[in-house]
Write a protein that binds this ligand. Structure first.
Ligand code: ADP
Ligand code: GLC
Length: 469
């Protein structure tokens, strides 16, 4: 089958979070299964774009309102990512450093989707499936099915994967005329709550909808930032497919970013060496358990509670634990996380910012990883932690619930029910008690490193879904 993935992110070209990881891995594993999966993303001003060679496969224009923008689509020449990568360059809109966060994001992603479809509508053949990821590509199913320019594409099945239903990309009806022409009787397919809502439009118009874990599919019929009823209504065409991880990128035995490589046989000495180096760099004590958090500092991740959790856990443990934070996001949380270093030097530190290598080093060197998420559609961090022998401490929600079993239930992680300071501090206490039982810790480390969360099975589940057509 030929599958075309449309996304705003794709590792290692452009990554902000887990969406990038998924779109950088799933197509590669689909190709390994004998299919032809290709990826189309915007051409941001990233290092990858500047440092690789491309051929031009399309030249054109896209008109938004009264402005014409020049479009050029590039194909990466080496195929070294394991799939064909196409970058959509739109001068003045997409050629910027960051992926998101600009005042004109609505225009940027709308232009991206229109340009990509203009190009696809010129192909001599049709792909078997168009697979869209999140709201940035959510208007594609509507446009393929309804816009006069794309009638050629209207029989191609479209799949929407919801990585996060919190973000929907809504904009006002005053921008209706940015879209290519279609029969206005179909406008209700775009509407949710009086605005054009790309995620809702995709849920309505896509042939199939998936979420990135089975539990998240159950949860979003009850909590989905206003889309609950729609999701409940479209449940019949929806499926929850748990994400995998890219075992080639996330392999402690070969990972070039680690201080020392290790496998499940050498896990004790390997993790010790990585921990010692981390502790040296961040002024922590390698003889104490190391708790960490890696992620976007937003309320969804429970980040607003992290400063107080750290203060309480550090006070209660009376100097017996270390905490290291890696993240960026809410400036208030960033400041508060930085401040703790002055109060607990030698036991606490924080790196505020985005640092891919440091994240790998922390997964390798830490003992425990905290994920007190309020919402977690899948979560990849806990799976990376498991593969690197680090025990996850997670709230039972979404994908965390689907991947981590509590030690009290014969499992290998620590689970708690609420995103509350008390629950997380209590979970840290349970983890500390576990840490004191080094025999058990060793058993768990070996066990979790052997768990298989690779993309092999999930990539096949998507193929099975496409083949329902
Ligand atoms: P989300 O996509 O909601 O942020 P995921 O758990 O799916 O959450 O994926 C997060 C990804 O982003 C992981 O690869 C994680 O290691 C990475 N990540 C998040 N914050 C940082 C950071 N500050 N530095 C490096 N990597 C980060
Ligand atoms: C989103 C979700 C996260 C998920 C990721 C990849 O960013 O917040 O839980 O793991 O997408 O699907």
């Amino acid at each position: 089958m030929e599958i075309i993935h449309f996304s705003a992110e794709c590792y290692p070209v452009a990554k902000v979070g887990g969406l990038g990881d998924v779109v950088g891995a799933l197509p590669k594993y689909q190709n390994k299964l004998g299919h032809v999966a290709k990826v189309v993303i915007p051409a941001y001003q990233t290092k990858f774009f500047q440092q690789h060679e491309f051929e031009v496969v399309y030249d054109g224009w896209v008109k938004l309102d009264f402005t014409n923008y020049q479009v050029r689509i590039f194909r990466e020449l080496t195929n070294k990512l394991g799939f064909d990568l196409y970058l959509v360059h739109i001068a003045g809109l997409l050629d910027r450093e960051k992926v998101y966060g600009y005042h004109d994001d609505v225009s940027r992603f709308l232009a991206f989707q229109i340009a990509a479809l203009d190009w696809m509508a010129q192909w001599e053949h049709l792909p078997d499936v168009v697979h869209c990821h999140d709201h940035h590509t959510g208007l594609i199913p509507f446009m393929m099915g309804n816009c006069f320019n794309y009638t050629k594409l209207n029989q191609v099945p479209t799949v929407l994967t919801i990585h996060n239903a919190q973000y929907q990309g809504q904009f006002g009806w005053d921008k209706l005329y940015y879209l290519p022409p279609y029969d206005l009787w179909n406008s209700s397919k775009l509407d949710w709550g009086g605005a054009i809502n790309p995620l809702a439009a995709a849920i309505k118009c896509a042939w199939r909808v998936t979420t990135v874990s089975p539990s998240y599919l159950d949860e979003i019929s009850h909590v989905a930032n206003g889309l609950e009823n729609l999701l409940a209504q479209e449940r019949g065409k929806s499926a929850g497919i748990l994400n995998g991880i890219d075992n080639e990128v996330w392999n402690p035995q070969k990972d070039p970013m680690l201080f020392k490589n290790f496998n499940s046989r050498t896990v004790e000495s390997g993790k010790k060496a990585n921990k010692e180096e981390l502790c040296r760099v961040f002024n922590l004590d390698p003889n104490k358990p190391l708790f960490t958090f890696i992620g976007r500092l937003v309320d969804e991740k429970g980040a607003d509670l992290l400063p107080e959790i750290c203060y309480q856990a550090l006070a209660q443990s009376q100097g017996e634990i270390n905490i290291l934070m890696l993240g960026s996001g809410d400036p208030g949380v960033e400041d508060r996380l930085n401040e703790i270093t002055q109060h607990h030097p030698g036991h606490y530190n924080a790196y505020i910012g985005y640092n891919e290598s440091l994240s790998h080093q922390i997964y390798a060197g830490a003992d425990f990883l905290l994920m007190p998420s309020r919402v977690e559609p899948c979560g990849l961090n806990q799976m990376y932690a498991l593969r690197y022998g680090t025990i996850p401490i997670v709230r039972r929600i979404g994908g965390l619930k689907d991947t981590v079993i509590d030690i009290g239930d014969g499992g290998f992680g620590i689970c708690h029910d609420q995103t509350s300071i008390w629950d997380v501090v209590h979970a840290i206490g349970r983890a500390y008690a576990l840490y004191l039982n080094q025999k058990k810790m060793k058993e768990i480390r070996k066990f979790i490193m052997a768990l298989d969360h690779s993309w092999d099975s999930a990539a096949q589940q998507y193929i099975d879904l496409y083949q329902l057509k």
